[in-house]
Ligand binder design. Structure first.
Ligand code: ADP
Length: 166
């Protein structure tokens, strides 16, 4: 039987325990997950794409069959290039649902062969987002329980050196 591979796309600016929970649980459904960092020109990120990829690589070490990559442009073009048929996304609140439904519908119209699979957040991560982590860290709060050690250090470093992207 062929390997079930999913692409988990997102900004990951930076990766949080919420993302890692989706990856860990996704690995019980899929044989391999490609975490794909979107180089999104609409957003003003705190971390460069290379930094986000590197933090994700460190954070996913030892989790299992995970690779980390980045892409520009349309997700459907990237998915096609990788010859993958499944997109994995996480869902937290109703607000996520509306946005995700819109994106999944557009993607379906661009490529009907692709299925988007949603995984519900675990309760303890339901209010966790990269933006919240950055907001807390920016004002000196502890993000220790929200992100892996390497990410915590990297955020502290950014704000010490004057980063400001939220
Ligand atoms: P994007 O800008 O594409 O939404 P994010 O990095 O914010 O990128 O999120 C990537 C994916 O991970 C999205 O599907 C998002 O809903 C999901 N996600 C983010 N945080 C959590 C969380 N705490 N629990 C479950 N899913 C999450």
């Amino acid at each position: 039987m062929s390997e079930k591979i999913a692409i988990y796309p997102g900004s990951f600016d930076p990766v949080t325990y919420g993302h890692l929970d989706i990856i860990r649980r996704g690995l019980s459904v899929f044989d391999h997950i490609i975490v794909a960092v979107l180089n999104n020109s609409r957003k003003d990120p705190l971390f460069t794409v290379n930094e986000r990829v590197s933090l994700l690589k460190t954070a996913t070490e030892g989790l299992g069959s995970v690779s980390v990559d980045s892409f520009d442009g349309l997700l459907m073009d990237y998915v096609h290039k990788k010859n993958v048929k499944i997109v994995l996304r996480g869902l937290r609140a109703i607000s996520d649902f509306e946005y995700e439904l819109q994106i999944a519908s557009i993607n379906k119209s661009l490529n009907p062969e692709i299925e988007t699979c949603f995984m519900m957040t675990s309760n303890r991560f339901s209010f966790l987002s990269s933006s919240m982590v950055k907001e807390v860290a920016k004002y000196g709060g502890s993000v220790h329980d929200l992100v892996p050690e390497a990410v915590e250090q990297a955020i502290k470093q950014k704000y010490l050196t004057g980063g400001n992207g939220l």
